[in-house]
Design a protein around this ligand. Sequence first.
Ligand code: PNS
Length: 175
Amino acid sequence: METQSFGTVTDMTKVVCPGSFDPVTNGHIDIIERASNLFDEVTVAVLVNESKRGLFTIEERMDMLSEVTARFDNVSVDSFKGLLVDFCTDRGIAAIVKGLRAVSDFDYELQMAQMNGSLTAGVSSVPVDTLFIPTSPEYCFLASSLVKEVAKHGGDVSKLVPPLVLDRLKERLSQ
Ligand code: PNS
């Protein structure tokens, strides 16, 4: 039987996992790890949002991400300002990988995916596509904002973030 080839053996599939990562959670790491198993190169890209001050600086978020993804050979960490699709086209990144926690995530994610596709249609040779990975059930309720809220009030988030992030959260919230 003839198989259809969608590229040559030399094609590298580069994808991006974008986000605020303030801070990175086990839910993010789950998606990053699964993307790293599927694609040749994964760039974790932290959004520099000048209108929103986070708990951690961009450098602190990138530093935590670098440490917790160090075991994945094909994952690197970067930051970006402006449009995500510009970051992708500048670097030859073919697709945006997003985790989907619930059906309620889908409406907005679909809207962004279609906007990003339309922004790149006709601009780059191939539109930047978006691929959704369903979040593992144990992380479906997880969000950085909730982790910060719970940790701020002394709740236990030790199962929701890596130990390194837990330490930095405790340190930051005690200041
Ligand atoms: O972790 P977050 O805050 O949910 O991530 C949202 C993010 C960074 C993926 C999204 O806000 C984004 O891509 N921002 C960059 C600006 C942009 O490209 N906007 C157009 C999206 S259609």
